[in-house]
Write a protein that binds this ligand. Structure first.
Ligand code: FAD
Length: 399
């Protein structure tokens, strides 16, 4: 195949990449979206929790087809079983809708296509094309054929394992303490209890060292039951399975439950990276380490940043300037929206991983008694400030 030419080539058709392609195409860029897999959205490697406002913020047409379950909020469980209920509007970025992620990713890509983006499946970026210190496109492999896609801007939206940014010289490597290893079963035949399936559940403590266990309901009897554990707490990555299975064995609702599928994967829990734009290149979503370091959720931030990036690529096209200086507008926009929160949550995560089971019991009990209404680090610490000064002293700088 001869070299293809376009304004913008987006590598990766996850929510961040498809949203970028959609807004770039809407704003006048000749856009190609490439995806290495044969089907967008599949296989799913996600707990599938998303706050509703991200759908509204990014103007994604709502469609029941990608909604598995709408929940009323979150339930947090401390190690001794103390329960805290938080209503949906205050329950954070992963609570509201439990998605059918494969259909959801396709829906975002559909909007990109509707806006005029060209989608190429089974097309893997294998290198970035560079010339005179700027990125000029990507080398791709489609089935057995190799060719170049020349572009005025390359968007690295290639997810957690991103290589495109690294090939272009960005520093995206992670320390073990800033990576959470995950394993999730989609369990069915789950019994009643804890108001299932109306709430997304988060289980804290040494059952999941420096992480948590989640139960995100998909329907009356089915849920994504997963665990995240910081890699620096695991002697062996295989141990993660044992942690989750021990928890499942103890939950009476799971007595007759059976798995429908199993997925593993990593999520970054790092501080925001220093730089996400260069001459002719921008990073977005997991590739830009935009995941919330406490929850491990990244769909919403990726879509929001993708929307910002797509619009700014439209401005770059008008000025015919895709230089690092021109792309700074994107760097500024996403940082203004989420950087402070990402950084604060990264600092808080580093403290949270030091809490004991007793600490978690005390915190959740206090919050349940006082009736905290908002699931944010600052709001929670304010509530426990008076009731547990010793514990809250560890977090003094956040209050
Ligand atoms: P991705 O969705 O990873 O998309 C990247 C795309 O790029 C993929 O389709 C991939 O095939 C493609 N690609 C990669 N390399 C290339 C290449 N060289 N050429 C072409 N294509 C390429 N987040 C939440 O918000 N809520 C949750 O409940 C939640 N649960 C999670 C549970 C687990 C077990 C895991 C692992 C993650 C979870 N996350 C959750 C995180 C969430 O999945 C990611 O933040 C989100 O998918 C990021 O979107 P993205 O578009 O940046 O990347």
């Amino acid at each position: 195949m001869p070299t293809l030419k376009c304004d913008v080539v987006v590598v990766g058709a996850g929510p961040a990449g498809s949203m970028t392609a959609r807004y770039a195409a809407m704003h006048g860029c000749d856009t190609i979206l490439i995806e290495k897999r044969q089907e967008i959205g599949s296989p799913v490697r996600c707990g599938e929790g998303l706050a509703r406002h991200f759908v509204e913020d990014t103007k994604l047409p709502y469609d029941r087809k990608w909604v598995a379950q709408e929940v009323k909020g979150a339930k947090i469980f401390s190690p001794n079983g103390t329960e805290l209920t938080i209503e949906e509007s205050h329950a954070g970025n992963e609570v509201g809708i439990v998605l059918e992620r494969d259909a959801f990713d396709k829906a975002v890509a559909k909007e990109a296509a509707k806006a005029g983006a060209k989608i190429m499946l089974k097309t893997t970026a294998t290198a970035v094309l560079k010339d005179d210190g700027r990125v000029r496109g990507v080398r791709v492999k489609q089935l057995e054929e190799e060719f170049n896609i020349e572009a005025k801007c390359v968007v690295a939206a290639d997810g957690y394992e991103s290589q495109v940014g690294r090939w272009a010289g960005f520093r995206t490597l992670l320390k073990a303490g800033d990576v959470t290893g995950t394993l999730q079963y989609r369990m069915t035949n789950i019994g009643k209890g804890h108001d299932f399936p109306n709430y997304c559940e988060f289980w804290l403590g040494t059952i999941a060292p420096a992480g948590y266990i989640w139960v995100f309901p998909k329907d009356e009897v089915t849920a994504n039951v997963g665990i995240g554990i910081s890699l620096d707490r695991l002697h062996n990555r295989q141990d993660i399975k044992g942690y989750l299975e021990r928890w499942i064995a103890k939950d009476p609702r799971m007595e007759h439950a059976q798995p429908l599928d199993m997925v593993t994967g990593g999520v970054s829990t790092c501080a925001p990276i220093k730089k996400t734009v260069g001459n002719g290149i921008a990073l977005v979503g997991d590739a830009a380490r935009m995941i919330d370091p406490i929850t491990g959720g990244g769909i919403g931030n990726g879509m929001t940043a993708g929307m910002f990036l797509g619009k700014i690529l439209g401005e770059c096209k008008e000025k015919d300037d895709f230089s690092e200086a021109a792309l700074q507008a994107y760097e500024k926009a996403w940082r203004a929206k989420m950087e402070e929160n990402l950084y604060r949550n990264w600092l808080a995560k580093n403290k949270l991983v030091t809490l004991t089971d007793k600490d978690f019991d005390d915190v959740v009990k206090t919050l349940a008694e006082v009736g905290v209404t908002k699931l944010s680090v600052r709001a929670i610490l304010k509530v426990i400030k008076d009731t547990n000064p010793v514990l809250v002293a560890k977090f003094a700088e956040f209050i």
